[in-house]
Design a protein. Structure first.
Length: 176
C-alpha cells in the first residue's frame, strides 16, 4: 500500500464525550501512513473522550482554513451533537464540500453533514438512532458499516472506524 505522505487531514473532535476508538484508530492508521494530521475543536483546551482518551486540539474550529487540508474526518460520539448548530463546524463542512475535499464522518457525525446541507439526495450511514434524522434531511440512509457517495464517506459506529479510515487512506492515496 502506498503511503499518504504529503497529504493533510483535519480531524474534528467534539468538545467532550467523543468515542475514543473513533479518534484513536483512524488517527493511528493515518499517522502510520504518513499523513499530516491536525486536530480542531470548538474549544482550545484538553478534551475528553468517553473512555480514557484525551486530546489537545491544534486549533479551534474558528481558526480552520479549509484550503490547507485534503480531507476532513469528524469524530463521533454523543458530544458531536454540540457541533450540530456550531457556525464554524457548519462552515468547515460546507467549504470542504464546495472545494471538493474528502469528507468523512462516523457514528453521529453524519448528522452534522446533513445539517450543513451536503448530504441531501446522497447515500449515507450513521448510528442507527440517528437514521430518522438523516432521512428527514433527504438523505438515503443505507445502514451499511461504511458508505461512500462521491468524496463523502460515512461510518456507522466505532466498529466501522478502521474500515472508514482505510477508505479515507485509499482516497488520499488515489489523489494525483
Amino acid at each position: 500500500m502506498a503511503d499518504c505522505k504529503g497529504r493533510s487531514v483535519l480531524m474534528i473532535v467534539p468538545p467532550a464525550r467523543f468515542k475514543d476508538d473513533e479518534y484513536s484508530r483512524p488517527r493511528g492508521m493515518l499517522d502510520r501512513q504518513g499523513a499530516h494530521v491536525k486536530v480542531a475543536c470548538a474549544v482550545n483546551k484538553l478534551v475528553f473522550g468517553l473512555g480514557q482518551t484525551r486530546v489537545k486540539p491544534d486549533m479551534t474550529l474558528e481558526e480552520v482554513d479549509v484550503t490547507q487540508y485534503d480531507a476532513f474526518y469528524i469524530v463521533g460520539g454523543i458530544g458531536v451533537k454540540d457541533l450540530y448548530d456550531h457556525p464554524h463546524a457548519l462552515r468547515i463542512v460546507q467549504e470542504a464540500a464546495a472545494h471538493n475535499k474528502i469528507i468523512c464522518a462516523i457514528d453521529m457525525g453524519p448528522t452534522l453533514l446533513g445539517k450543513a446541507g451536503i448530504l441531501q439526495g446522497k447515500k449515507a450511514t450513521e448510528y442507527f438512532s440517528e437514521s430518522k434524522a438523516l432521512a428527514a434531511m433527504g438523505v438515503d440512509y443505507t445502514g451499511a458499516n461504511v458508505q461512500q457517495d462521491g468524496n463523502i464517506y460515512t461510518g456507522k459506529s466505532a466498529e466501522s472506524s478502521e474500515k472508514l479510515a482505510f477508505a479515507l487512506i485509499c482516497a488520499l492515496q488515489a489523489m494525483a
